[in-house]
Write a new protein. Structure first.
Length: 103
């Protein structure tokens, strides 16, 4: 059984589709990109599937993000080319965001 929950427009040819489905006999929430173009119309490989048993954790994580958090990110000053961290620098330093809370 599939049930489309909604969609978010990504650009002129792509939407993000959120649906409940039963893939391989297991219920879950799928978030995938759907493309409409002259060459191809349908789902791409891009997406993610949240298993039913993990949905409460996923929902808690999403609900922990506030609109204020999203707005604050847009106000940051972009780094100039000479301020960007290289991959080698990132490996040498502790990688931010790696200490995720365990939901």
């Amino acid at each position: 059984m599939e049930k489309d929950i909604g969609k978010i427009n990504k650009n002129e040819t792509s939407d993000i589709i959120i649906r409940l489905d039963d893939f391989g006999g297991k219920r879950g929430l799928t978030i995938r990109e759907f493309v409409t173009s002259d060459r191809y119309t349908g789902f791409t490989k891009s997406g993610v599937r949240i298993m039913a048993q993990d949905f409460p954790k996923f929902k808690q994580m999403i609900n922990s993000v506030s609109e204020k958090d999203l707005l604050e990110g847009n106000q940051e000053k972009p780094q100039s080319d000479n301020e960007q961290e290289t991959l080698d620098d990132e490996i040498k330093t502790e990688r931010p965001g790696r200490d995720f809370p365990d939901y």
